[in-house]
Design a protein around this ligand. Structure first.
Ligand SMILES: *Cc1c(COP(=O)(O)O)cnc(C)c1O
Length: 410
């Protein structure tokens, strides 16, 4: 079962898509004077700029391509290190590898987002960026992370793939660091099957991001680029059908956020009194996107027993988002190789990825269970919980079931 946007795909999405199909122009670039060109992708970008208060928004094919575009726009490549959390989706790590830089894994804290103290410990002369992942819709401690990035003169990239619409102290996540990204995959807050977006206030970064996503062309192919294309890019362009679906989904974002906030607070209130149960730290309770509810138990044994009774798993056994479950990187070694400007004593710099390398993260995740609110996804470990369409009665019944499982496990 996917993210909340899925539940509200309806007439509005249908009409937007038909508008494009009937015009037959499915490509994002077109002639503004031609009425057949519906400029859906451009409109989506403008809507996000306006509502989120960001100077530039660039639609792309996925959250993964958005990350690769952002890293490339920042000029991150061979010789560079990027600090990423050990609890995230593999794309935060693989995108760094794709641009031939080295991902350096850091611990998460009780918010299940980057532990600022560990980030500082992991900074080396080769560190170019910190990737702040707003995991499970919960904003990172951006105050601390921005301060660290500023102090060390490195970039803060926001991976807000799981937190579209969330905010931190009144500002939308994704728009606070140097550059940010969103995903519109089916498991995210709003979706078009797949899709992604890059946002930044920096004109120069936007220029390079646009070029990277469109074979080196100038923004919107202004027609001035022939003879001037200096960037080797890719094709990560969004098409008009995807843009059309996302316009309709985007108009529903406030409604979705309000609905999830109501559901989560109702559920949380009822289970809040349980002995020995604690909740994940939420860095901005007014701004989180409320897609999941994470609880901690005093020991792995208790957490395993509760999970067993609910027919779900602890987060550490959920299979997808924990570094120790990522066979793609485990046992591998990354070497900061050619082009590294720092021929220091430890050159070439080695990063190894192994189970147990982040003991703090392990200790948290083996005691944690994710309960679904808006995103029902076994890959996140959220096999038990409620969903966006749950009635009050169902929320109350699920809360009782949960309480019974916990009381029987302590
Ligand atoms: C889903 C996700 C991505 C990648 O987005 P796709 O659209 O699936 O490519 C990146 N980072 C995080 C944290 C994600 O959850």
């Amino acid at each position: 079962m996917p993210g909340p946007g899925y539940e509200w795909i309806g007439k509005e999405e249908e009409e937007e898509v038909l508008d494009v199909l009937r015009s037959r122009w499915l490509f994002r670039h077109g002639d503004d004077k031609n009425p057949a060109f519906k400029r859906k992708v451009k409109t989506l970008e403008e809507m996000v700029q306006e509502k989120f208060g960001t100077r530039h928004a660039l639609a792309v094919t996925s959250g993964t391509s958005a990350l690769i575009t952002a890293l490339s726009a920042l000029g991150i490549g061979p010789g560079d290190e990027v600090i990423v959390p050990g609890y995230t989706f593999i794309a935060s790590i693989s995108s760094v590898i794709v641009v031939r830089a080295v991902p350096v894994l850091a611990e998460v804290d009780e918010s299940l987002t980057l532990d600022a103290a560990d980030v500082e410990r992991k900074i080396t002369p080769r560190t170019k960026a910190i990737m702040a992942v707003h995991m499970l819709g919960n904003p990172c401690n951006l105050e601390r992370l921005c301060a660290i990035a500023g102090k060390h003169n490195i970039f803060l990239i926001e991976d807000a793939a799981q937190a579209f619409g969330a905010s931190y102290r009144g500002e939308r996540v994704g728009t606070i660091g140097k550059i940010g990204i969103y995903s519109f995959n089916i498991f995210k807050t709003i979706n078009a099957g797949d899709g992604g977006m890059v946002v930044t206030d920096d004109d120069d970064l936007y220029f390079r991001a646009f070029g990277y996503h469109d074979h080196g062309h100038f923004p919107n192919r202004a027609g001035v680029e022939i003879g001037n294309r200096s960037i080797i890019g890719q094709n990560y362009r969004m098409n008009e059908l995807t843009g059309a679906v996302l316009i309709a989904q985007f108009r529903k974002i406030d409604m979705i956020t309000q609905r999830l906030r109501y559901l989560k607070s109702r559920f949380k209130r009822q289970i809040g009194g349980l002995r020995d149960l604690t909740f994940r730290t939420i860095n901005d309770p007014a701004g989180e996107s409320n897609t999941l509810l994470t609880v901690f138990f005093p020991s792995m044994e208790v957490a395993d027993r509760v999970a067993g009774k609910l027919d779900t798993t602890t987060v550490s056994k959920s299979g997808w988002h924990v570094y120790s479950n990522m066979e793609q990187i485990l046992g591998k070694r990354m070497i900061t190789g050619h082009g590294c400007p720092y021929k220091c004593a430890s050159y070439p710099c080695k990063q190894e990825y192994s189970k147990g390398m982040l003991p703090g993260t392990d200790h948290l995740l083996e005691r944690a269970i994710n309960l679904s609110v808006g995103v029902v996804d076994r890959g996140l470990g959220s096999g038990f919980g409620i969903n966006p369409l749950s009635t009050d009665e169902e929320v109350d019944r699920k809360a009782k079931e949960f309480i019974t499982a916990v009381r029987g496990s302590l």
